[in-house]
Design a protein around this ligand. Sequence first.
Ligand code: AMP
Length: 219
Amino acid sequence: MRIVLLGAPGSGKGTQSQRLVQRFGIPQVSTGDLLRSAVARGTALGLAAKDAMQAGKLVDDAIVLGMIRERLAEPDAVNGYILDGFPRNLVQAAALDEMLTAIGKPLTGVVLMEVNYTELGRRIAGRRSCPQCGGIFNVHSLPPAAELRCPNCADAPVLFQRPDDNESTVANRLRVYDEQTRPLVEYYRKQQLLRSIDAEGEVDAITALLIAALAGPAA
Ligand code: AMP
């Protein structure tokens, strides 16, 4: 299974990818996570990506494609993967197709996760992450506490908010999604890979919809 989760920031791609990892035993490949890790480690790649990320713009295609090429060549990706946050524009989608066609392992499905703008804003504002396990949570669904802590880690580290989840960066990220990423919906529809789900409900219900969509025919 080689799939792409497509959707705006806050549509639940990361949360649902983590569910699919559990279910199918294939890795989540998130370009956002890979880039954040490079920034945190202060690598050359991280330095090159940092400003664009802070501004809510897309990181250079060459950087992202190099990173993806390396990641998909790792042994754990041999039986498939969930692409989360990649591709983000038509250039990346075409490059991915070329890369996968060359090895005879094309994508098997793309799921568009549809969420309205009000809900996207609410989810992004409430999103918190665990620095240890990488789990994604939301203040709206966690019990109220002065300091929000990870419910899944033994030593309960304090959850943090992503620096690019602030209001002005988010506005840019949503604009970039509309202008550059949304055209991928048609791109994948034409390839008969696209499924779409209403991703506005509860996490468990959305996981069920997602799994059913992957098992069903493309639109
Ligand atoms: P995400 O975690 O997917 O929301 O990504 C966070 C940020 O990383 C984005 O706002 C971009 O600046 C950058 N980024 C992530 N994936 C890509 C990509 N495929 N192409 C370009 N930039 C990306």
